[in-house]
Design a protein around this ligand. Structure first.
Ligand code: NAP
Length: 443
């Protein structure tokens, strides 16, 4: 334990991957000083900006995260962008270890003709838009359309389809951005398509999330029973098979629901992959190709059909992007690392380490394992740590947002909430900082 005294670690990114590193360091390296740096003035990454606004229970993990972020020796330094406000090299000179836990916030590309037409958006942008993320609040997805196509059948696709399909009343207890709620409610959208390139058993969504789609009051479901197998193939591990059997049951139940002429219909289709986005400057449709499965992969059959639509949301996975000095693996879209070690004194955690997979809890085990390596690697003379960062911040004229500042922002958001909504989020950094300034003047 003695050798961890006076050590300091900077964690870049305050989402689950980063927070669990801080939690693990508090347990495994008492006395270590921890700075959690985030480009936004608001902490907790995907908990705030990714988890769906109608999944408030999932967001409650932020209470535990707040305990970590306010523990002795831990600081939250928001509104600081590593790569522009401070460089990675400056951080590695300042701290004994730097952990890149900056997530995977960029959309994978489909790689098909027409992908750059107006009306094609990625899930990170769409989810950020309805979750008041400052980078995406001006997205303006095309909602003056009759049909939207969601590509992918993972949980992000399910979230995106559900948010498009739910009524304003159903979202009353959520913290969805007002502008998004009003645009979705006013939209003439009648048909939402969710398209999987492989079959139902290979779909990436989980049963709880899938089941929610059958509980929407404003949206009928349309599945083709001919696409649903009677049973799950044998030969997969028992736990996975149980999960897949449940999913198949849910899909069968959904396929038997009768239509109620509701305002919107969600069509779920499998074994069709996108091959071309149709239209001129703006999307007018998508060409899909039927697939067969070979060695677990979707292979085109050459038989195509078109779906008319004015909006396409690609929910096909996410990647990180490199910042200067970060070893990067282009293929996986992650920090190049071995078990979390990226370079001497430089580590990766969360989705930036292992790609955009797993639940929030998956990050806990993973971040604890990375922290074991960090602590084992501590050697040589201790670096300046937080004191050094404060000097850097002063010389770069930065004004980091502290955790107390965040609590002021949080309180203002909670006070602004209407009816049963838990909060009304700020969607610009300028508004957040103005709130802080006002509160400082009052104090
Ligand atoms: P994901 O689970 O990896 O799903 C991606 C989907 O996109 C898959 O259906 C995949 O099909 C499809 N896809 C990929 N490339 C494609 C292409 N070129 N053309 C057509 N389809 C393509 O990713 P995600 O939905 O972004 O979720 C990321 C992680 O967050 C997951 O672990 C997810 O469970 C988790 N998450 C959880 C929740 C929740 O628990 N409520 C909510 C949101 C996200 P193939 O399988 O054929 O590749």
């Amino acid at each position: 334990m003695g050798k961890t005294l006076n050590r300091s670690v900077a964690i870049v990114g305050s989402g689950p991957g980063g927070i669990y590193v801080a939690q693990a360091l508090l347990e495994k390296s008492p006395g270590c000083r921890i700075d959690i740096i985030d480009k936004l003035p608001t902490p907790f990454g995907l908990i705030r900006g990714g988890v769906a606004p109608d999944h408030q229970n999932t967001k409650r993990v932020d209470r535990k995260y707040s305990e970590t972020a306010t523990a002795e020796g831990v600081r939250f330094l928001g509104n600081v962008t590593v790569g522009s406000d401070v460089s990675l090299a400056e951080l590695t000179e300042t701290y004994d270890a730097v952990v890149l836990a900056l997530g995977a916030p960029y959309d994978r590309r489909l790689g098909i003709p027409g992908e750059d037409k107006a009306g094609v958006i990625g899930s990170n942008a769409f989810v950020g838009w309805y979750n008041s993320h400052p980078e995406f609040r001006d997205l303006e997805p095309y909602l003056d359309v009759d049909a939207a196509v969601v590509i992918g059948v993972g949980n992000v696709a399910v979230d995106s389809a559900r948010i498009l399909a739910k009524s304003k009343a159903e979202m009353a207890t959520s913290d969805i951005a007002d502008y998004a709620l009003n645009r979705i409610e006013a939209s003439k959208l009648s048909d939402i398509w969710m398209m999987g390139r492989r079959g139902p058993v290979d779909a990436a969504f989980t049963n709880i999330e899938l089941r929610e789609l059958a509980e929407m009051e404003n949206c009928d479901l349309d599945l083709d029973p001919n696409q649903l197998p009677k049973d799950v193939p044998t030969g997969m591990d028992a736990r996975r098979r149980v999960a897949k059997v449940r999913i198949l049951e849910t899909l069968w139940n959904m396929s038997e629901l009768s239509s109620h002429d509701r305002r919107r219909t969600l069509h779920i289709r499998f074994q069709a992959r996108p091959v071309e986005i149709l239209g001129n400057a703006r999307v007018e449709g998508i060409r899909m190709e039927h697939t067969r499965i070979e060695n677990g992969h979707a292979v085109g059959t050459g038989e195509t059909y078109d779906i008319e639509c004015g909006l396409i949301i690609t929910c096909i996975g996410s990647v990180a992007r490199p910042i200067e000095g970060m070893p990067f693996d282009e293929k996986s879209g992650t920090v190049k690392n071995t078990d979390g070690r990226a370079a001497p004194g430089l580590y990766a955690a969360g989705w930036a380490k292992r790609g955009a997979t797993g639940t929030i809890g998956t990050n806990r085990l993973d971040s604890y394992a990375v922290t074991d390596l960090i602590v084992a690697d501590f050697a040589g003379e201790a670096k300046p740590g937080p004191d050094g960062f404060d000097e850097l911040a002063a010389s770069h004229k930065l004004n980091p947002v502290s955790f107390d500042d965040w609590l002021t922002i949080k309180e203002a958001e909670e006070q602004a909430a209407a009816g049963p909504a838990p909060r009304r989020k700020f969607s610009t950094v300028a508004d957040m900082l103005a709130t802080l300034q006002k509160s400082r003047k009052r104090a």
